[in-house]
Design a protein around this ligand. Sequence first.
Ligand code: FPP
Length: 246
Amino acid sequence: MELKSQINLDKLPRHIAIIMDGNGRWAKQHGKPRVFGHQNGVKSVRETTEAAAELGVDYLTLYAFSTENWNRPKLEVNALMSLLVETLNKEIKTLNKNNIRLQAIGDISKLPKKTYKALLEGIENTKNNTRMTLILALNYSARWEILQAAKGIAEKAKTENLKIEDVNEEVFANFLSTKGVPDPELLIRTSGETRISNFLLWQIAYTELLFVPTFWPDFRKPDLYKAIIDYQNRERRFGKISEQLV
Ligand code: FPP
């Protein structure tokens, strides 16, 4: 049976998060510089976004650049930033045509001016789209995000009438950059690495994790379908036992 038709559309994850990994190794395998891997990774971004929107997923979050990625060689960082500008400028039309809203999480004001500007324009130009939200994690790290939330709460407790005893999970989550976005039900990491690498640490408390060996530039629609089928075959117990689940 065709993969896509094996997906139960009534049990789709509302939010899928992806750690796109393996661009460098993919390029090496092809005897090319690392940047070639990132360039080909853009095709996978396009395909995955299209596949998720076609299925009816509400949110797709892609880890595109971590706060730790600044430590890479300057040439690679610059190439990634230019690639982002180029891709954003080129793909905004496609996002609008497909009714997809762009958002970003991370310390984006610290991105190079051109990247920041292209990103803000993309967010502004797609803000009324309703079919799916594509969230790019850029200059993002979960510990940074959690610290920001803690500082925000401390500030509000000091200057406004937020009582410390009223801070619960819901209040805390409202100080995160994912405010208003449901936690991902499925997190995929490509390239065979089995780490979280400082991604969405608060939000993935009950997320199903899937590590696939495919390098990101090889990731295509069928790979997303397989991931969703794998997710749908799991039992999510949230601390309960099987018999308690209806
Ligand atoms: C990880 O592979 C990939 C990245 C750090 C960057 C991801 C960026 C893109 C796919 C391009 C642009 C994205 C968008 C959203 C337009 P790696 O370099 O860590 O690979 P390696 O582990 O094999 O070295």
